[in-house]
Ligand binder design. Structure first.
Ligand code: ADP
Ligand code: MG
Length: 261
């Protein structure tokens, strides 16, 4: 049975998509069978993996998850892409934006992703879900489908604001919809070790969440221009620039995630 990890933060630009792509491919490189699910209408995950989300017509998460009951899609297998980097992908594109409205009129709307993934959970060791920058119905679906939540967190002061709202949402989901949801950990990202403000913020994160018994990963993802370049190549940094500190950091994260099993 796979472990489903939702990668969540309602802030944009904190490296959710980068983390799903790099952690997913690095897990695959370590021999784990991985399915990556793009649950963001921006479709950035597909682009990061070299797919053009706009050419996928009716083969996306939207058809499989939202229109499933209308017979629009017969089989989840039809929307799963097999990526050259050794991961499988359920892509998304702008159509998924309609899910926020469509799902609201459906029964058990918070369980749509969980239902969708149930038949393939045995086929993978890990399923990583890339969430949009909101705490709307798509993110709630990811939290309900997940065993754990991983929160990428940029190491600057403003990034910390909003985290309590996110943790409150996790607690609400735990009490009402998914009692077994755990916090996998907070992942410091975009870290510049030469900036004293980043160092101080990282210390604060470790202190505050240490007191709350919320895990902060030992791994810290450094800021590096390689991450910004790599989507152009259609490969994540662990493939595009495997010997850089950023790629190494994601491989260390793999070890932490595997130990946490
Ligand atoms: P999110 O999915 O949270 O919106 P992204 O993963 O799309 O965030 O990252 C936002 C931007 O920051 C992208 O341009 C990405 O290439 C860049 N980025 C991500 N991680 C890093 C990093 N460690 N160093 C530098 N740039 C990064
Ligand atoms: Mg993203």
């Amino acid at each position: 049975m796979s472990r489903v990890i939702a990668v969540v933060n309602q802030k944009g630009g904190v490296a959710k998509t980068t983390t799903v792509a790099n952690l997913g491919v690095a897990l695959a490189q370590a021999g784990q069978r991985c399915l990556l699910v793009d649950s963001d209408p921006q479709g950035s995950l597909a682009i990061s993996l070299g797919q053009d989300p706009d050419s996928l017509a009716s083969h996306t998460l939207y058809e499989a998850m939202v229109l499933a009951d209308e017979g629009a899609h017969k089989d989840l297998k039809d929307v799963i892409l097999h990526d050259q980097q050794g991961v499988d992908l359920i892509p998304a594109n702008l159509e998924l934006a309609a899910a926020e409205i469509d799902l609201n009129s459906q029964y058990a709307r918070e369980y749509a992703l969980s239902r969708l993934l149930a038949p393939v959970r045995d086929a993978y060791d890990f399923i990583l879900v890339d969430c949009p920058p909101q705490l709307g119905i798509l993110t709630i679906n990811a939290l309900v489908a997940a065993d754990s939540v991983l929160v990428p967190l940029a190491t600057n002061y403003l990034a910390l604001r909003g985290l309590q709202l996110l943790l409150r949402t996790v607690r609400l989901v735990q009490s009402r919809l998914n009692a077994s949801l755990r916090i996998e950990g907070l992942l410091p990202t975009l870290y510049d070790r030469r900036t004293s403000h980043h160092q101080e913020t990282l210390q604060e994160v470790r202190r505050i969440f240490g007191e709350q018994h919320i895990r902060v990963f030992e791994t810290v993802i450094p800021r590096s221009v390689r991450f910004e370049e790599s989507p152009i190549t259609g490969t994540p940094a662990v493939v595009y620039a495997p010997n850089t500190p950023g790629a190494q950091a994601y491989r260390e994260l793999v070890q932490e995630v595997l130990i946490n099993a």
